[in-house]
Design a protein around this ligand. Structure first.
Ligand SMILES: [Zn+2]
Length: 425
């Protein structure tokens, strides 16, 4: 299935520009993502220099333009008048042939996907409908559907989610999504199960020690959900190419990782490929009455990135970790969870996971309209406060170097290497 992915604010700008311009096509920068013979065009920020263009025009008859400029990667034609609400598109392949675009995906509140009219195919390829339309599944999830609405629930369970890090928080979140009826999950984590993982992690047993975490969690999902989701397991770090490709194929990224190198890698993929990113971090620090327990749950939508919406605790160190395999390997060799923090609590993770899932539900139900950061803190009396920071302004006021690559897709990867070189020397 070929698709065009556009952040909702950018699509609104497309419509405004089209209404203000005389007949003819407008040009906007797009990045590209391709995998297994499928092509995805990704809207970059208007004005960015990615080097590929999308032609945008009204159409009055279902006819594609007779020719394409050399830098044109695709076209989107929107209906007006009697054809209002209809759209048609095409992507140009490396062979120069045209293939139809099947779907327009609007990233942001609602996460709507719109089937495009097909001239070259017998009928539109709709996104695979989830089991939600059958009477049995409507009964099974009737309480959830009652709370979210049928359409929002179907959009929620029809997306593919990448879970980056499937430790305590990540595995708990994966299970929560599977129990809601989510049909497609990709689990990414290079670690194996160790004895200290067993304590409060859901669904792991002593028999799992030594097993890959992604495989152990996949097995628990198969037995813990009424309708097991289709699970792709990637036992590699998110910094590796295979994991990047797997995340690229997902609609939404969720990072529940334990270090900022992986957090930064997830932020880079989210920015390049225009994906919402839910980042969850929990912490237990100190001793006794002075012990601090808290969590940061950030839902970052295209238009911002994790670096300019709260940032990382030690961004310089995170860039160094991404710079080379040796740096990452050295980090893992030195990593000792007891030195990093006082420990972790399932109760705290569940608070953070609950808030994270709620943000996802409200994003897809169109209640969350912008990037949202929930900061949870338990004080010395055990009382919980939740605050909503607005993101830390960049001190130097310069444009965010990662946001400048938003929507560049695979064309942005060499630029990320340049950033790595610049930041790690
Ligand atoms: Zn940014």
């Amino acid at each position: 299935m070929n698709s065009l992915t556009v952040p909702l604010p950018v699509f609104r700008r497309y419509l405004r520009d089209l209404q203000q311009h005389p007949p003819g096509s407008l040009r906007y920068p797009v990045g590209i993502s391709h995998r297994s013979g499928q092509f995805e065009l990704i809207a970059a920020s208007p004005g960015s220099q990615v080097g590929r263009l999308l032609l945008l025009s009204w159409y009055h008859s279902l006819v594609l333009p007779p020719f394409f400029p050399p830098d044109c990667a695709g076209v989107l034609l929107l209906g007006e008048g009697q054809q209002h609400g209809h759209a048609l598109g095409a992507v140009r392949l490396p062979s120069q042939d045209l293939e139809p675009l099947h779907q327009l995906r609007l990233v942001g509140p609602g996460m709507h996907a719109i089937g495009l009219q097909q001239e070259l195919l017998p009928e539109p390829l709709a996104r695979t409908m989830v089991e939600g339309s059958s009477e049995e599944s409507v009964a099974r999830w009737s309480r959830t559907i009652g709370a979210l609405g049928q359409e929002a629930w179907q959009r929620l369970v029809g997306l593919r989610y990448a879970l980056i890090g499937v430790g305590r928080a990540g595995s708990s979140l994966a299970l929560a999504l599977a129990r809601m009826g989510v049909t497609q999950l990709t689990l990414i984590d290079p670690d194996r199960v160790e004895s200290h993982n067993l304590g409060e992690t859901p669904a792991l047993t002593g028999a799992d020690i030594g097993q890959l975490k992604v495989e152990a969690v996949a097995v628990s999902l198969a037995s813990g959900a009424a309708v097991p989701p289709e699970v792709v397991t990637v036992p590699e770090s998110i910094t590796h190419l295979h994991a990047l490709r797997a995340a690229q194929a997902c609609d939404l990224l969720i990072s529940c990782v334990d270090h900022d190198g992986a957090r930064l890698a997830a932020a880079v993929i989210a920015a390049l490929f225009c994906k919402p990113l839910l980042d969850i971090a929990t912490g237990v620090h100190g001793q006794g009455r002075g012990r601090r327990l808290g969590a940061d749950v950030r839902l970052v939508l295209p238009g911002q990135c994790l670096l300019c919406f709260g940032g990382l605790r030690d961004e310089a160190r995170a860039w160094q970790m991404l710079a080379s395999t040796e740096a990452e390997r050295a980090f893992y060799a030195r990593q000792d969870w007891r030195r990093e923090r006082a420990g972790s609590l399932a109760s705290l993770n569940q608070c953070a996971v609950g808030v994270g899932v709620r943000l996802l539900e409200d994003l897809i139900a169109e209640r969350v309209q912008e990037s949202t950061w929930a900061h949870l803190a338990f004080d010395a009396s055990g009382r919980l406060t939740v605050s909503y920071p607005t993101g830390s302004p960049r001190l130097d006021r310069s444009p965010c170097s990662l946001c400048e690559l938003a929507g560049w897709g695979e064309d942005g990867l060499p630029r990320v290497v340049d950033l790595l070189d610049a930041r790690s020397t």
